[in-house]
Design a binder for this molecule. Sequence first.
Ligand SMILES: C[S@@+](CC[C@H](N)C(=O)[O-])C[C@H]1O[C@@H](n2cnc3c(N)ncnc32)[C@H](O)[C@@H]1O
Length: 344
Amino acid sequence: LHREGADMKMKNILTVLGNGDLMRMIPFLGDWKAFVRWQFLYAVIESGLLDILDRGLTRDEIMEESGVRRADILDALLDLGCALRELSLKNGRYQVRGKRLRRLQGGKGDCNRALIEAGSTYYSDIYRKAGNRLRGEGNGPYLEEAGPIIARWGKLLEPMIRNFVVKTFAGRGELKTLDVGCGSGNNLKLAHLVNESVYGMGIDYDENVVRQAAANMRDWRMDNQFAVAEGDIRTPSTELGHGYDVVTMYNVVYYFTVEERCQVFRNIRSLLRENGELAIVNSFNTRKNGWGTSNLNMAVTSIQGCYPLPRLDETRRFLEEAGFSRITVEQLVPGDAFYGITAK
Ligand SMILES: C[S@@+](CC[C@H](N)C(=O)[O-])C[C@H]1O[C@@H](n2cnc3c(N)ncnc32)[C@H](O)[C@@H]1O
């Protein structure tokens, strides 16, 4: 009987392997698993279960602590987490097991959480509606929801911009700086990390983002060095002051139409002291974009209030037209169109 069972098993395996349709699905099944894991992680973040799952609680304790009302869906989600090996269940108690779920937790996990949240919200919609847009539908109003998520992504780029920030700020003594489109404020923090005498302000036109940045500055005890305010660089208010040594703009150029870009550079130039420096970091539209940059380009081309990634030659021309004459261009990621530009 034992032998018959084994033969049957082998027969089943061979039938599956011999099925051309199924074999053709194999690459997709791998992607499907990654997709299911991604959606599991999103559900755990969005439902607020993330912090509760690592406390070794039973299913009933999880229900009580989280205020979940649908036991059936909770059971399904917990089962899925175990099947994906993101959760373990021992003696009726759940623990975090997988490295992805673990790396979503706590302060250090915030950037990863933002990535998952972006993927499951506005990025999903961008591709879901791509067909409609190709047929002529307008861009989606994603920024309201996405602004605070995008701001939290910033830290992801930190290793790529670090050397550029060091070159811009380190060893130059006291510097007054303005960070345009400051997002979470993380890049002001980085500037301060490489040069303690940097001070100034960050502006952003998204009030939710400004709130996040101001809270961060307080948390980081940097609110003495850096003020954060709501402001639109296309129409700079007099409160911004002038005489800045360095104005930085990280990942903001694609928020301006092509027609607006030159004027924005002019506005910034009028805020700089003589010989002051504009430092831009941005992804550009070149023929050698990696998939990450191409995905970003797909997003900014589909988001209301954003525009296709800028071209390098055009950006250089706009900077010159705005009155900058000494311009340097440096590729920050080998093999991808992520550049640092300085202009004086
Ligand atoms: C992609 S995020 C980058 C945030 C941050 N600089 C970083 O690198 O992490 C771009 C930010 O620029 C802000 N922004 C866009 N247009 C702006 C404008 N005209 N004036 C001020 N801020 C703007 C957006 O609200 C958003 O927070």
